[in-house]
Design a protein around this ligand. Structure first.
Ligand SMILES: [Zn+2]
Length: 87
């Protein structure tokens, strides 16, 4: 989905700040240190949340976030429908 012209930015491959980088098991919730499934990009940085805290803080970050990467679908895919209470 990222259609930035490469000629303008030069070699951008390998960047670690690309907002659309998939979340991994190394990404942890800023609140409880569980595995993060939601990345909230803010003008001043970014926050990572587990599914539980993403829901809890959604009303706060929704108005200020420039991008929200929601991968909570993967939580269900990886842990089954009973994972709702986890996190
Ligand atoms: Zn959490």
């Amino acid at each position: 989905m990222d259609l930035r012209p490469g000629w303008l930015y030069g070699d951008v491959t390998g960047t670690t700040t690309e907002p659309t980088t998939p979340l991994t098991a190394a990404d942890r919730c800023d609140r409880c240190n569980a595995q993060a499934y939601v990345r909230v990009v803010l003008p001043v940085g970014e926050l990572l949340f587990c599914a539980h805290h993403a829901r809890e803080h959604a009303p706060k970050f929704a108005s200020v976030a420039t991008h929200v990467q929601d991968e909570t679908d993967r939580l269900l895919a990886e842990h089954g429908a009973g994972a709702g209470a986890a996190g």
